[in-house]
Design a protein around this ligand. Structure first.
Ligand SMILES: [Zn+2]
Length: 179
């Protein structure tokens, strides 16, 4: 990555953070806030409700999944499904990341029938939209802001002090399968 690209990326992220902070102020969210609470408050200012719910996602699949679902055309909502068996801290991060896709205006897969998400099967068929790394980075930037001081304190998004851990995290980071 060239210095010019790094600077551009830095500027884009700064713009994204400013935009997000303004949205959060509008929704009356003071950080740090529980992510389920964030979903609830954002719903008040978002065109459709944002509902986060624990779900039995396939064991080897992603920890979070965001879909648009409308059992009735007037009942459309955005559903953030997060892995039921994950730790609470991990769940917070997953919901924050998925909210990053929502707030970033990334395309969300419409789901006609909830049985398409089969805990015993694969969510592979749901991945009609495959996000590129720029979009994933954007979602993570938003997640970092949403998690705010909580994330910093718990070290969720901060690289570890150890150089080896840092390197490992960087390598694994590319392989982490977010949806
Ligand atoms: Zn993602």
């Amino acid at each position: 990555m060239s210095l010019r690209q790094i600077l551009r990326q830095h500027r884009e992220e700064a713009r994204l953070r400013r935009q997000l902070r303004s949205t959060l102020r509008q929704a009356g969210i003071a950080e740090p806030t529980d992510m389920l609470e964030v979903c609830e408050r954002l719903s008040a200012i978002w065109p459709v409700p944002i509902v986060a719910a624990p779900f039995d996602l396939p064991a080897h699949g992603p920890f979070g999944l965001t879909i648009r679902y409308a059992p009735d055309p007037r009942d459309e909502a955005i559903y953030i499904l997060y892995q039921r068996v994950a730790t609470p801290l991990h769940q917070q991060h997953v919901v924050a990341h998925e909210l990053g896709h929502v707030l970033g205006g990334h395309p969300l897969d419409p789901v006609e029938d909830l049985s398409e998400i089969d805990p015993n099967g694969s969510t592979g068929t749901l991945r009609r939209t495959s996000y590129n790394s720029r979009v994933e980075r954007e979602a993570e930037t938003i997640a970092t802001v949403l998690l705010g001081r909580t994330a910093a304190r718990d070290g969720v998004t901060l690289p570890s002090n150890g150089a080896r851990d840092h390197r490992l995290r960087r390598v694994l980071g590319d392989k982490v399968e977010w949806l």
